[in-house]
Design a protein around this ligand. Structure first.
Ligand code: AMP
Ligand code: ZN
Length: 452
């Protein structure tokens, strides 16, 4: 039995599913206005983790992830500027070019991390018509109202508002600062559709004139369009709980008149050196930053397994080194087991692994089981069981075998040349290796050969 922690009910519950063991799962996706950082990727590794564990248990996934390419303001609420427009001014490109470029960066990084991506990946701008229809529906049903600035959701009409994050909206209202927008019924009413000023770059026709969608509406509409009116699991980072997901619940549940998402799952944040990641502190790392320091994307994938998703995880380069070394030994051991001649009964390990992953994705425990098993006498059975576990872990076992002998020899010769301080020879060999489609990443005590 799989039990996951449902943030809405605040307890571990059986995983809900549709007919034929299909699980409909929605994951809030990236806002494509900048390079995604490793904190963002913790969120997508979490999604990957859920998907793979469910598949391991025989479920079929019907998953959706949105790509936010309009409407996400610099605050998660209705304040600030549209992140896409800020990027567009910063880079002197159109918002469409910005979206295309950073969507490609995201997909490339996700591939490098071997993230099992959802079946549907949907940009917000591809569902503008559906968003307009949804907003119209909310207006007709009396859950929204129009002002001179746009269409707003009337949170007073949804009594359960705040249930996910445990906020008491009346208490919050009593302490709220006076909203500058006097047309709004309540300061916490949020925008569904914004009436655009003429100069606004991204705008579409609507019954309320030219405009653009608020941020939250895309997730309700994309979920509705691709998964229907009952979604089994919805994922996102904890930062989404108090605004984005409360608003999504309000919109969707009012539109349908029933609870749409059965299970909400939230990932705690990745911290850097015990603190918040921020551009100004210079500690906001991307996968490329890690690669420049000699770490493959897969090392970060393994790093994800070292903490439970519901706890903050602290990123340090020492911890990443630990991940790198363990991963290296795992691969060596797996290879040894492949040629092993002993017979080992792995059924206890299989049961232990399954129990760990099905207990709210306890990956640290699952990994401990894997490491324990790999210490067994070398055996083909262990190798085969590892391959099964690897459906969940998603590690790349083939890569080192894929490297041609010629490349390996050149890499070794280059390493020796470097050690002998013959940098000209080392550089020449690096170029030869590059021409063969591989690159060398040096680390403190050796080097890795990577496919380009
Ligand atoms: P964004 O592209 O800003 O919409 O964020 C994409 C995803 O990354 C969201 O699900 C956030 O919750 C998540 N996220 C942002 N920062 C972090 C972090 N430091 N650790 C984990 N997840 C994060
Ligand atoms: Zn969302």
């Amino acid at each position: 039995m799989i039990k996951f922690y449902n943030s809405l009910t605040r307890r571990k519950e059986d995983v809900p599913y549709h007919e034929n063991k299909v699980i409909k799962m929605y994951s809030c996706g990236p806002t494509v206005y900048y390079y995604p950082h490793i904190g963002n990727f913790r969120a997508y590794l979490f999604m990957d983790n859920i998907r793979r564990v469910l598949k391991y248990n025989g479920f079929t996934l019907d998953g959706v992830m949105n790509i936010t390419d309009v409407g996400h303001l610099t605050s998660d609420a209705d304040e600030g500027e549209d992140k896409m427009l800020v990027a567009s001014q910063r880079e002197k490109k159109s918002p469409w070019e910005i979206a295309k470029f950073y969507t490609e960066v995201f997909m490339k990084d996700a591939k490098a991390l071997n993230i099992d991506l959802p079946e549907h990946i949907v940009p917000a701008t591809s569902v503008i018509e559906e968003m307009v229809e949804f907003v119209k529906g909310l207006l007709e049903k009396g859950y929204a109202y129009e002002t001179s600035k746009g269409i707003y959701f009337d949170i007073a009409k949804f009594k359960e508002y705040g249930a996910l994050s445990g906020m008491d909206i009346n208490e919050k209202l009593a302490g709220a600062r006076i909203d500058v927008d006097e047309e709004k019924h309540s300061p916490y009413d949020f925008v569904l559709w914004v009436k655009a000023p003429k100069e606004h770059i991204m705008q579409w026709e609507s019954p309320w004139g030219m405009g653009y969608p608020g941020w939250h509406i895309e997730c309700s509409v994309i979920g509705d369009k691709f998964l229907g009116e009952t979604i089994d699991i919805h994922t996102g980072g904890v930062d989404h709980k108090p605004v984005h997901h409360e608003n999504e619940i309000a919109q969707s549940n009012c539109y349908y008149g029933h609870q749409v998402v059965k299970m909400w799952m939230h990932l705690e944040f990745l911290q850097i050196d015990g603190g918040k990641m921020s551009k100004s502190l210079g500690n906001l790392y991307t996968l490329k930053d890690l690669a420049d320091r000699g770490y493959e994307a897969e090392t970060f994938r393994y790093f994800y397994f070292m903490a439970h998703y519901s706890k903050q995880q602290n990123f340090t380069f020492d911890a990443l080194d630990m991940a790198k070394n363990t991963l290296k030994s795992i691969k060596i051991l797996v290879k040894e087991h492949k040629n092993g001649t002993n017979q080992i009964d792995t059924s206890d390990y299989e049961a232990e692994f399954l129990e760990a992953i099905n207990d709210d994705l306890n990956m640290p425990k699952a990994i401990a089981t894997v490491l324990k098993m790999l210490k067994e006498e070398r055996s083909m059975n262990v190798y085969e069981t590892f391959l099964e576990f690897n459906e969940v872990l998603g590690l790349n076992l083939e890569e080192s075998d894929d490297i041609p002998a010629e490349v390996k020899e050149k890499a070794e010769a280059r390493w020796q040349a470097k050690k002998n301080r013959d940098y000209a020879a080392a550089d020449a060999l690096r170029n030869e290796i590059s021409a063969l489609g591989f690159e060398i990443k040096d680390s403190k005590d050796g080097y890795d050969i990577l496919k380009k």
